[in-house]
Design a protein around this ligand. Structure first.
Ligand SMILES: [Zn+2]
Length: 530
């Protein structure tokens, strides 16, 4: 079975343009951090459990301004051969070892220094000071020694020492708080499931915590809480987070059990509107102060717990597997609460944003993209959501949902490429959808349809011309619905011109609609002659 494997590897849906590829597999990070009452100084120690893939040295990223003071390998300094000791190369800590592929190994890195980025420090003293991690895309290594790539997921435990008076949130569940004799406390968190480094976070502030009733217990109970600054706590609980129990329940029933034991919604100083850190979503505090944080944002970040966090893109360039999914699932929540018209309005807004963007000239899977922040674009969000919406229209609700579930089951706590989704969805639909994903992920643009009709006798001729620029290519649109005075006509659009003839039409039509259900990301115009 060599040939199919080779074909799969060669598929443009499996392309991996990222330049960084982790050398070894980090399995678990155990992080101890000491944060003070002011300043940006951090003292840290990270113990990492590794599974080696080769005898090559371990390479951990850590911002070069942070000083590494000690590195132990399996509890020892250096190796048996004293000449091999750790070293630094730019942002890398390079650690030689004597292990071989398949071996387990532990490293311990102790470091300290002023953090430049990745942790956002504000204010001074327990009344006003806040510290929040803000890692996306690869800023975790500005404060943590990690293999900073989404393909290398690991479980994580945090032990965060702060002065008394602060609360600490981090990934997973709070295990305990140790009070130390000199006015400090250590908060211990642990998450057993592997998550990408860009979602490994801590947050330190004085919070008002609102515990919510367990959600989604028909599927699997999720402990939820709202962590907000005291002045914003009642807005949060009565506004954007009012229905988080129902949101978690809706996605749990739709996709599968919530991937983690708990979920905290945290007011923070992330630079993003919301950041989907696993089990601890960070939302931008300015949206609380302006009272504009929306339920759709909450639904988007919550959906990321399934797609983005539990099922993670194996390469940054497949980011739509995270952002397109979160955007479409939030739209499905809007549909759940507002009905089909609300879904259509949401998708129309997404289409208009995409049509007006520069991204129309580039495919979703864009190997030429080098700046990771530039991937936060209308292709990966809006058009990505449309790739799912169209797929649902193409294969029907039940195949779509069973494909979604199968994809989650297969890649939960792991990583995936677009080729993996294409395969699972093809199986769910019972037909090959590779062409569909290639078309919408590797071609730029979208179909621009000019529909003209001509009526003569009792015949109606409909011509569908694809008038988008040549560089965008042509699109297959199976079963495109036209509606002639309310009567549905299905057309398999293929190539630059598709003609279809409807017989038994006594009069020239008053109204010809193209895709009235709004299932395709197309721009369209209709004209006719009688
Ligand atoms: Zn998102």
């Amino acid at each position: 079975m060599l040939l199919p494997f080779l074909l799969l590897q060669a598929s443009p849906l499996a392309v991996r343009p990222d330049t960084l590829r982790p050398v070894h597999d980090a399995v678990h990070y155990d992080v101890t951090l000491v944060l003070g009452d002011s300043g940006r100084h951090v003292v840290g120690q990270v113990e990492t459990a590794w599974r080696l893939r080769s005898d090559r040295p371990i390479e951990v990223e850590l911002d070069s301004t942070l000083r590494v003071v000690r590195v132990l390998v399996n509890g020892r300094e250096g190796t048996r051969l004293a000449r091999t000791v750790w070293g630094r190369r730019g942002d890398l800590v390079v650690i030689p070892h004597e292990g071989k592929a398949g071996d387990s190994l532990a490293t311990r890195i102790r470091y300290h220094g002023e953090v430049r980025d990745g942790l956002v420090f504000r204010g001074v003293g327990a009344e006003g000071r806040t510290v929040f991690a803000d890692n996306w895309p690869d800023r975790a290594h500005d404060w943590l020694p990690v293999q900073d790539h989404p393909s290398d997921k690991a479980s994580v435990a945090f032990h965060v020492q702060v002065p008394l008076g602060y609360q600490v949130i981090a990934n997973g569940e709070l295990q305990k708080v140790d009070t130390l004799p000199y006015g400090h406390a250590v908060w211990h968190y642990r998450l057993a499931q592997p998550i990408p480094p860009y979602t490994m976070v801590v947050g330190v502030a004085r919070f008002a915590v609102t515990r919510l009733p367990d959600a989604a217990c028909a599927v699997r109970c999720v402990k939820q809480a709202i962590w907000a600054f005291p002045a914003d706590s009642s807005f949060a609980a009565s506004g954007p987070f009012r229905r988080v129990g129902e949101i978690v329940e809706f996605f749990s029933r739709l996709i599968g059990p919530f991937p983690y034991p708990a979920l905290a919604h945290v007011e923070s100083s992330t630079r993003f509107g919301g950041m989907e850190n696993a089990t601890a979503i960070f939302y931008n505090d300015s949206l609380y102060r302006a009272r504009t944080l929306s339920e759709e944002t909450v639904a988007h970040e919550t959906a990321h717990q399934w797609f983005g966090d539990a099922v993670t893109e194996d390469d940054w360039h497949h980011l739509w597997l995270s952002e397109g999914f979160a955007t479409y699932l939030a739209a499905m929540w809007v549909e759940r609460t507002g009905g089909p018209a609300a879904l259509a309005a949401t998708m129309r807004r997404a289409a208009e944003a995409y049509f007006a963007s520069r991204e129309v000239e580039r495919p979703i899977l864009d190997p030429s993209a080098r700046d990771l922040l530039s991937l936060l674009n209308d292709n990966n969000y809006q058009k990505g959501a449309w790739v799912l919406h169209q797929l649902r229209g193409l294969i029907g609700d039940s195949a779509f949902v069973s494909g979604l579930r199968a994809y989650y089951r297969a890649f939960r706590d792991s990583t995936a490429l677009s080729s993996d989704l294409a395969r699972v969805m093809s199986e769910a639909a019972g037909r090959d959808l590779d062409w569909y994903f290639r078309q919408w992920l590797t071609q730029p643009g979208h179909p621009v349809l000019e529909v003209t009709w001509r009526h003569a006798g009792r015949r109606l001729e409909l011509d569908i011309r694809q008038t988008q620029k040549a560089e965008w290519g042509t699109y297959r649109i199976p079963g495109l619905e036209l509606r002639v005075d309310g009567r549905p006509v299905r057309v398999d659009v293929e190539g630059r011109e598709t003609r279809t003839v409807v017989d038994g039409v006594p009069r020239p039509p008053e109204r010809v609609e193209v895709d009235p259900g709004e299932w395709w990301l197309i721009q369209k115009s209709v004209s006719g002659e009688r």
